[in-house]
Design a protein around this ligand. Structure first.
Ligand SMILES: [Fe+2]
Length: 367
């Protein structure tokens, strides 16, 4: 026997089963209290089964079902309801949550300096064959800096996604990757020395990685949400390279576009500024700094301390070694080590570069 009426999409969709021994009060709760719509109900004279729908969520309310009570989250804009729970007549637990779940930020952390040594590094395995090493140690409540590595070469099991961030940058220190970004045209190669500003909300995907890819990634806030976008395929048909994404623009900065300038008042350091500053609406910056040592010149200590307070500061030693003096500590840092001010870098904090070799190269990220 075949049904005589066509089923609607809702009646064909997957759904959660809700036991409703008190059918009438259960129905009243979902319809009047929670705003569900009745898609189907039967029988008309003494109903005991209904399919209800709200947004893309469908439930089957069944008087005779034996099922555990349901827990549902309802995202709302109205802040006053957040934190209030509701329990329905059939045990249904309703939790009101913010539309975007943000972690409460700890804002009152005392500024510190953190030194990460490559020698005592712990690599943690993440998604899609990526290994992570934290450059901020455990001090990642506000912002996070990581060294990310994918061994070998091959396709990356990534998908189109985007991040709810206020500042996020990537710098390639080894190997390369094929990346694709929303509105930026065909996939391109992200190579050693290249830097990207990933504006908030831009859809992107890592397609392939080559030759032991290594990337330094800096993100704030540390606890941010990542969303999948199953409706977008990349590359998409629109090309709009100057598009504004929440006040920022995408940029892919390459070493040959950088102009050398003297770093601060140093006699031996040259800074190669990237376009990250401009693209981020001056929220932050990324510099590559090279040290040169000519014979007979005595290096004078360079103060790295900022003129204005910064929220975050990172030096990642890419090559060579250096002697630094930081908060009355003397440290020797070499390739793979990082110095970080994860809770802010104040002008009163002392950080001097005392000496360095001719190989010295450092990546500076600040905001
Ligand atoms: Fe991403």
């Amino acid at each position: 026997m075949k049904f005589t009426v066509d089923a609607t999409d809702e009646t064909k969709s997957i759904r959660s089963l809700v036991a409703a021994p008190e059918f009438e009060s259960g129905l009243e709760f979902f319809v009047n209290k929670l705003g569900f719509k009745i898609v189907m109900i039967s029988p008309a004279d003494n109903p005991n089964y209904a399919i209800l729908n709200r947004d893309q969520f469908t439930i089957a309310l069944d008087k005779s079902a034996k099922a555990q009570p349901l827990s549902i989250e309802i995202p709302i804009e109205d802040q006053s309801l957040i934190g209030t729970d509701l329990i329905g007549p059939n045990g249904t637990r309703v939790k009101y949550v913010p539309v975007i779940k943000r972690q409460n930020q700890v804002i009152d952390l005392h500024p510190i300096v953190h030194v990460s040594r490559i020698s005592d590094t712990q690599w943690v395995h993440g998604r899609a064959g990526m290994s992570y090493r934290s450059l901020t140690g455990n001090h990642n409540e506000i912002s996070v800096a990581s060294q990310i590595r994918i061994e070998g070469s091959g396709k990356v099991a990534d998908w189109v996604h985007y991040h709810d961030v206020s500042f996020q940058t990537l710098f390639c220190i080894n190997g390369s990757a094929k990346l694709v970004y929303e509105d930026q045209g065909e996939p391109f190669m992200f190579k050693e020395g290249d830097c990207i500003l990933q504006p908030p909300g831009i859809r992107h995907q890592v397609l392939e990685s080559f030759d032991d890819l290594e990337v330094i990634e800096v993100t704030t806030p540390a606890n941010h949400a990542t969303f999948s976008d199953f409706n977008m395929e990349l590359p998409n048909s629109t090309v709009a390279r100057t598009r504004n994404f929440n006040g920022q623009q995408f940029t892919h900065d390459t070493p040959n576009s950088r102009e050398p300038v003297t770093y601060k008042n140093s006699t031996s350091l040259t800074a190669y500024g990237t376009s990250i500053g401009e693209a981020s609406g001056n929220q932050g910056w990324v510099n590559e700094i090279h040290g040169s040592v000519s014979e007979g010149t005595r290096l004078t200590p360079t103060s790295i301390s900022p003129e204005k307070p910064l929220s975050f500061f990172l030096w990642f030693i890419n090559q060579g070694s250096a002697q630094i003096e930081v908060e009355e500590r003397e440290e020797t840092v070499s390739s793979g080590d990082a110095i970080c001010f994860p809770y802010g870098f104040l002008p009163s904090m002392e950080f001097f570069l005392v000496d360095h070799d001719s190989e010295f190269k450092v990546l500076e990220v600040a905001f």
